[in-house]
Ligand binder design. Sequence first.
Ligand SMILES: Nc1ncnc2c1ncn2[C@@H]1O[C@H](COP(=O)(O)OP(=O)(O)OP(=O)(O)O)[C@@H](O)[C@H]1O
Ligand SMILES: [Mg+2]
Length: 231
Amino acid sequence: MSSCRKMLVAKGLSKTFLQGRGAVHAVSGVDMEIAGGERVCIHGPSGAGKSTFLDMLGALSKPSSGTVVFKGKELYGMSDRARSIVRNKNFGFVFQFYHLLPELDVVENVMLPGLISGRGRTRDVRARARDLIERVGMGHRLKHRPSRLSGGESQRVAIARALINSPDMLFCDEPTGNLDSAMSEAIYSLLLDISREKNMSVLVVSHRETTPGFFHAGYAMKDGILSEKES
Ligand SMILES: Nc1ncnc2c1ncn2[C@@H]1O[C@H](COP(=O)(O)OP(=O)(O)OP(=O)(O)O)[C@@H](O)[C@H]1O
Ligand SMILES: [Mg+2]
């Protein structure tokens, strides 16, 4: 019954990497559900499987077993093309290591997913990109290439890029790991506004994110296994 309301449902999600003769069980049999507008965090130590799990939920990496259902559709049951459309139009992703394109400047990096989506004219995408860049406090660096940005600045540009298509689901991998506490607070306040305004769900994985009032639910991940967080 309640699963109808759920935006994203992971069942029995596992990922095993083959390494030489052995195997690394990075994620083992994880179940999780996220509702529309829900904000969830997963804490866990380095190597716990957080990024691997996020990549599978975000349609970036095929699970070894298990399913991910987004708005009633199995992500890894659809064609590669259909899956990449979901990734572009419905998902926003803030990567642990940013993945900005080095040959594009700040505005172009933020615009790119908006141009790919084919939603709206270039002029409108540019205006939206500039607005988001302002909102993450990077308005003074519009023409910079990523190699000229600090780690925290790159992170903020990556956050603006993840928001350009007004995603239903925002996936964040250590989104404020390189920000000071004031900037980190400002970013969470921006994400909170957008989440409320647009009913955007947010999933953050992190070593130690503590943001009072932001998250509805928290989980812990260790050795690839997810558990409800003791509060
Ligand atoms: N492509 C791969 N091939 C083999 N092993 C991998 C691969 N990717 C990840 N792993 C292993 O899977 C485990 C989980 O890695 P993952 O990157 O998901 O951890 P994490 O929780 O995100 O860690 P961190 O907090 O350091 O980012 C680690 O032991 C890692 O070495
Ligand atoms: Mg990681």
